[in-house]
Write a protein that binds this ligand. Structure first.
Ligand SMILES: Nc1ncnc2c1ncn2[C@@H]1O[C@H](COP(=O)(O)OP(=O)(O)O)[C@@H](O)[C@H]1O
Ligand SMILES: O=C(O)C1=C[C@@H](OP(=O)(O)O)[C@@H](O)[C@H](O)C1
Ligand SMILES: [Mg+2]
Length: 172
């Protein structure tokens, strides 16, 4: 398959694991959030503040559709990239999709120190993460070729499991 795509919630480790996986496979790595920031010339909190979540989702769709035209990439997406059906179709059709799963507790731990996720600026970020996961988990599953548990597993171990599970897949 053409590309390797990581989906899953905030704090699942998509950006971290994607970079390691690309290194291991000697493939170029792209992070859709970084790509959005580069193309906009502004960071994600600025985009949410000035253009709202809808403005961010428009930019995200444009970036996903354009990155899906590439071949041979490891692509880390943002946690909400699966919300739009057009994105799900583009991601599904452009490579193998890996759903990095994390419990809400681990997501809280891994995102607590980082102020770059505007959706978690709420008074109770744990509740936000739980509500988002309830909506998005079926969408991640809908397009996933493999689902990988990341709770209590160091990044290197997650990378190894992805490689093994992808190896075991039959071509589609
Ligand atoms: N498997 C893991 N175990 C422990 N910490 C992790 C793991 N994966 C990611 N992290 C840490 O969690 C934080 C969020 O990871 P990140 O890759 O930005 O997640 P995402 O892109 O899915 O939101 C980072 O500080 C990262 O170092
Ligand atoms: O879940 C979301 O809607 C978002 C996740 C973020 O990416 P990560 O999943 O890499 O944190 C980023 O795209 C933006 O803050 C919105
Ligand atoms: Mg990320």
């Amino acid at each position: 398959m053409r590309n390797l795509i990581l989906v899953g919630p905030m704090g699942a480790g998509k950006s971290t694991i994607g970079r390691l996986l690309a290194k291991e496979l000697r493939l170029p790595f792209k992070d859709s959030d970084k790509e959005i920031e580069q193309r906009t010339g502004a960071d994600i909190p600025w985009i949410f503040d000035v253009e709202g979540e809808q403005g961010f989702r428009e930019r995200e769709q444009a970036v996903i559709c354009s990155l899906c035209e590439s071949d041979g990439l490891v692509l880390a997406t943002g946690g909400g990239a699966v919300l739009r059906p057009q994105n799900r179709e583009a991601l599904r059709n452009c490579g193998r999709v890996v759903y990095l799963h994390a419990s809400v507790e681990q997501q809280i731990d891994r995102t607590a120190r980082d102020r770059n996720r505007p959706l978690l600026r709420a008074p109770n970020p744990g509740q936000v993460l739980a509500d988002l996961l309830a909506i998005r988990d079926p969408l991640y599953r809908e397009i996933a070729d493999v689902i990988i548990e990341t709770d209590e597993r160091p990044p290197r171990m997650v990378v190894q499991e992805i490689l093994e599970r992808l190896e075991a897949l039959t071509p589609r």
